[in-house]
Design a protein around this ligand. Structure first.
Ligand code: PLP
Length: 421
């Protein structure tokens, strides 16, 4: 359940009518629900209640500081993948000891910043990276806690662009070489091995790939312990999928996911970390946009919106489906029409949906893209010199703009003209 429901004929975010936000901030905009964010975090937290654990929100899914602070105050740690994310998490008040640093190419500068600012652990992705972390830590006279990300060669059965756990993917070290790499880690100064890390992909709708991967992690834990390593922490990544279409079968619940974790690695006595992103933020946000024109083409009608691919890239990038609903609740039995739903950007890829059956709409009507909270605002751009759209956070009957729409001047004035012009 999320907190975007029709009440008295109008779509609400918790107890705020969407139309009221639209009049205050203009369209398009993203709006997030505090109650939904917290509910999703708590589902994961409770699913791991059987042992010591930390839910580290993968903040790349939606990284506004207001979202981070909401989750951090509920007890979440953060999974960051860049210095910018690390600094953003710190700025939102997350302490270094609750931040894990993932990402396939951490630079010396990023490693230095995290080590000096405090870090729970680095999830190491390669041997050369491990050597750099060791060198930077030694220079600083500090010890870097690390896990090594293993690639279990498991098919996550998800979209190719978000599968990360097959041997052909760039992530982690092959699990078959793990014992050698851990032996090397033990020889390097400045490192403290604390555990193992794995993350096999995103938008997984089946628990079996997790089960396979975590079973391999359990076997590896025993092998590494036999080799003399102290393995006290298992970071099991993120990736649990969400229902993008209400009509589809729902993916597994966090509770069932937690049970898989308990069954596969629960006996090892390790502290468990997980890094969910999409499941926490995805259904906690919607994108609200206005119909600019309805254009009748040959045999098709185009619904032209004021949101475009630069605001929400998922349909263009991952062929993603988003339910699109009118903000005014359609009367039961009202007429349906078939639309190609598009934005104003000068690319055919700027198409959100083709041949979508929807209640008949006209210019000026508001519509909402559901399940747009994760990998939405964070992937937006100013393509076509379109300003980044605002983000709004709702809490019960209050709302606040948590990222304002820049003015055209603010956007344009970022360019600087060289002296020879
Ligand atoms: C992207 C990512 C996540 C989060 O994935 P979701 O599918 O959003 O849960 C977690 N861990 C790592 C290392 C990632 O790259």
């Amino acid at each position: 359940m999320d907190h975007f429901l029709y009440r008295d004929g109008a779509l609400h975010a918790e107890n705020v009518p969407i139309a009221e936000i639209a009049s205050a901030v203009g369209t398009p905009f993203y709006v997030y629900s505090t109650a939904t964010l917290l509910r999703h975090f708590k589902l994961f937290d409770e699913a791991l209640d059987w042992g010591p654990h930390l839910v580290c929100y993968a903040m790349k899914a939606a990284s506004n500081q207001a979202i981070l602070k909401t989750l951090a105050e509920a007890g979440a740690g953060m999974d960051v993948v860049s210095e910018g994310e690390y600094r953003r998490a710190k700025a939102a008040g997350v302490p270094g000891e609750k931040i894990v640093f993932s990402g396939v190419g951490k630079t010396e500068g990023e490693i230095r910043t995290a080590l000096t600012g405090g870090i729970r652990q680095f999830n190491v992705e390669s041997e050369p990276e491990m050597e750099v972390i060791s060198a930077v830590a030694t220079q600083l006279g500090l010890i870097a806690p690390i896990t090594i990300r293993v690639n279990p060669d498991v098919d996550a059965k998800t979209h190719a662009k978000i599968a990360t756990g097959k041997s052909e993917n760039k992530f982690g070290i092959p699990i078959s070489r793990a014992r050698d790499v851990y032996a090397q880690a033990a020889r390097l100064p400045g490192l403290k091995v604390v555990g193992i890390d794995v993350h096999i992909g995103s938008q997984l709708t089946d628990l079996e790939p997790f089960e396979l991967a975590y079973t391999k992690v359990a076997e590896l834990t025993e092998a590494l312990r036999a080799d003399g390593h102290e393995i006290t922490r298992l970071d099991l990544g993120g990736g649990l999928g969400i229902p993008y279409a209400r009509s589809n079968e729902a993916p597994p619940l966090p509770t069932d996911y937690g049970a898989v974790i308990q069954r596969t690695v629960g006996h090892l006595g390790c502290e468990i970390e997980i890094e969910p992103g999409r499941l926490i933020a995805g259904n906690a946000g919607i994108l609200v946009t206005k119909v600019i024109y309805v254009k009748s083409g040959e045999g098709r009608n185009f619904l032209i919106l004021d949101a475009a691919m630069n605001d929400l890239i998922r349909p263009a990038m991952y062929d993603a489906w988003h339910d699109i609903v009118p903000v005014v609740e359609p009367a039961p039995g009202s007429d349906l029409a078939q639309y190609d739903v598009v934005g104003p950007v000068c690319e055919s890829g700027d198409t959100f949906a083709k041949g979508r059956m929807m209640p008949a709409l006209g210019a000026g009507d508001l519509v909402a893209f559901r399940s747009a909270g994760a990998y939405g605002a964070v992937m937006s751009s100013e393509y076509n010199t379109r300003p980044l759209i605002p983000e709004v956070l709702v809490h019960d009957d209050q709302f606040a703009v948590i990222r304002a729409r820049p003015t055209f001047d603010e956007m344009i004035d970022r360019d600087t003209i060289p002296s020879w012009l």
